[in-house]
Design a protein around this ligand. Structure first.
Ligand code: 6PG
Length: 271
């Protein structure tokens, strides 16, 4: 039986409210990490959902801009498409355009997955880069201060898609994963790395995700079909940051209904 995990889900009325809250969450997590360890190592997901949050973090007029210890960040990715960094599909390009080119981080703080290379070569090079950055020895697993995940409508997260080989990789840190359903290769962190995250959070928005949110977090345990169900952090804690549309099929705590649809709320569930 999988490790029990306490899921805290924080729900905001709109995508803008969610982005602001996610930016505050990010600033809080990385600031705490820097206070304790002098550095904050984050693994970011791509796709489209994080764009709004990244743009807000890069907004010099937003309160979070001065809260983030930018010079102490080490930025990694959870996964990448096997395309050049200039490609419209590149998670790196999305993050660069939405945030990195607008904030004071040096190139040495940004650790890009080299999607332009042969997938296996890129995965091996990225694993070596992580080992060096975390000064890992032997079979040690890196503990990112924040692993920020998205959720696909098909229940995948990172580039861990249903019925793909990478779902079963428990030894390596980074692998190349052939995703038959997309007829493409991806580079992705593996489960052991995701589980080891000191803070692991899903950022999910939109009505199109409401059903998969219910299926993954309340439905039958079937990680081959719904890989996001394998996210069970060693910390025993998991955070979901959602807008109301994506949280539509999650139970609302008593009383929050009375507060009306325009309010935010926090609830927990055990998985
Ligand atoms: C990617 C992501 C992937 C993403 C989900 C959700 O490379 O696409 O890392 O895991 O987080 O597919 O994507 P959206 O945010 O676009 O819905």
């Amino acid at each position: 039986m999988p490790r029990p995990v306490s899921v805290t889900y924080r729900v905001w009325p709109t995508t803008d409210d969610l982005a602001a809250a996610a930016a505050e969450f990010f600033a809080s997590v990385v600031s705490a990490a820097v206070r304790v360890r002098g550095v904050a190592r984050v693994a970011l997901s791509g796709g489209t959902t994080p764009k709004r949050m990244f743009a807000l973090l890069a907004d010099r007029n937003a309160p979070t801009f001065t809260q983030v210890p930018w010079e102490r960040l080490q930025i990694f990715w959870v996964d990448e498409r096997c395309v050049p960094p200039t490609d419209a599909e590149s998670n790196y390009r999305m993050t660069e355009e939405a945030m990195l080119e607008h904030v004071p981080v040096a190139a040495a703080q940004v650790h890009r997955m080299e999607g332009e290379l042969d997938p296996e070569v890129a995965a091996a090079r990225y694993e070596a880069a992580i080992r060096a950055a975390f000064r890992l020895e032997g079979a040690q697993t890196p503990a990112f201060d924040l692993v920020l995940l998205g959720l696909g409508e098909d229940g995948h997260t990172a580039s861990l898609f249903s019925h793909t080989e990478a779902l079963h990789e428990m030894g390596r840190i980074v692998v190349a994963n052939h995703v038959l359903q997309k007829e493409t290769w991806r580079i992705t962190l593996t489960w052991p790395v995701i589980q080891q995250g000191r803070e692991v959070a899903f950022l999910i928005e939109g009505a199109a995700k409401a059903q998969v949110v219910q299926d993954v977090f309340l439905g039958a345990y079937d990680p081959e079909a719904k890989p996001a169900q394998m996210v069970r952090p060693a910390s025993g804690r998991l955070t979901l940051l959602l807008d109301a549309a994506a949280a539509e099929k999650l139970p609302r705590p008593a009383g929050s209904e009375a507060a009306g649809t325009g309010s935010s709320y926090v609830a927990t569930l055990e998985i």
